[in-house]
Design a binder for this molecule. Structure first.
Ligand code: NAP
Length: 260
């Protein structure tokens, strides 16, 4: 299927590695000019060069913290009128909520709730005027099935999900659609880091935990970031204007439900 994205422009936040990077690659393959962000300039530049080489697309790399006003302004200056916005960020730390103070909570809410909301605020009126917009927020399977040790992630992402559910229905008639993708286990630095920490705490080899995590998934494997990228490109397609405010789980069937 031709996704109808040739010549469109996208901002993909937090995209030097992992799921964001995969989304940028998939969009670039569809002929989209992509502006990618991350904090570590050298890694980001490397990723931008890789995507250019792989796809021939125009790729702009903007180093900065997407949770900060400056970081967002820099991304928007490089791509002021995006047709597509993929909101992503690093996730909050694992731990026990008794150890988290107000500053830690504010950081989590800033990063995983307010940063995407302010990016949406900056681009949505232009999308409405142009009668085309696709926004995908990368959240987490924890939105449907909370993970005990990820309380800040559960909380901040629930806030974003609730906000998006309302806004998506206000803007859909302008052909501006907002959806969320909820990753289950994808073997990225983030998941490896979490499993390394769990291995340390339980004094078990990390490979055992990775095997266990895969065995507990109906697909019997972890997700490949490339398939996450493809799902994201699909949700950015010109053809999906009737898919509105959905929370698409990509978890290999891990969430057990007759109708998700
Ligand atoms: P990852 O492999 O660790 O990649 C994170 C990317 O985000 C890197 O490019 C990183 O680059 C960038 N980044 C982090 N903080 C940033 C900031 N403040 N501003 C700009 N860029 C930033 O992580 P991932 O696995 O792709 O995860 C992406 C999101 O999905 C996270 O929120 C994660 O919690 C969520 N998630 C992932 C999984 C999974 O299995 N992988 C499951 C559920 C949810 P810099 O560090 O250089 O900034």
């Amino acid at each position: 299927m031709d996704l109808g994205l040739q010549g469109k422009k996208a901002i993909v936040c937090a995209a030097s590695k992992g799921l964001g990077r995969a989304c940028a690659i998939a969009l670039a393959r569809e002929g989209v000019d992509v502006t990618i962000t991350a904090r570590t300039a050298a890694v980001l530049e490397e990723t931008a060069a890789e995507i250019r080489q792989m796809t021939g697309a125009k790729v702009i790399a903007v180093a900065g913290d997407i949770a900060s006003e400056d970081g967002r302004a820099a991304a928007l200056a490089a791509c002021p009128s995006p047709d597509i916005l993929v909101n992503n960020n690093g996730g909050p730390p694992f731990g026990d909520f008794r150890e988290w103070d107000r500053d830690m909570w504010i950081k989590a809410v800033d990063g995983n709730m307010l940063a995407p909301i302010f990016m949406i605020k900056a681009v949505i009126d232009g999308m409405i005027e142009r009668k085309f917009g696709r926004i995908v927020n990368i959240t987490s399977a924890s939105v449907k099935s909370p993970i005990a040790q990820l309380g800040m992630s559960n909380g901040a992402r629930a806030g974003l999900t609730g906000f998006v559910a309302g806004l998506a229905r206000q803007v859909a008639h302008h052909n501006v659609v907002i959806n969320n993708i909820l990753p289950g286990p994808f073997l990225t630095d983030r998941l490896r880091g979490g499993l390394r920490e769990a291995a340390r705490q339980s004094n078990r080899p990390v490979d055992d935990l990775i095997q266990e995590r895969q065995a507990n998934t109906p697909a019997r494997r972890a997700g490949d970031p490339a398939e996450f990228g493809d799902a994201c490109a699909f949700l950015c397609s010109a053809k999906i204007g009737f898919i509105v405010g959905q929370n698409l789980l990509l978890d290999g069937g891990a969430f057990n439900s007759a109708s998700t």
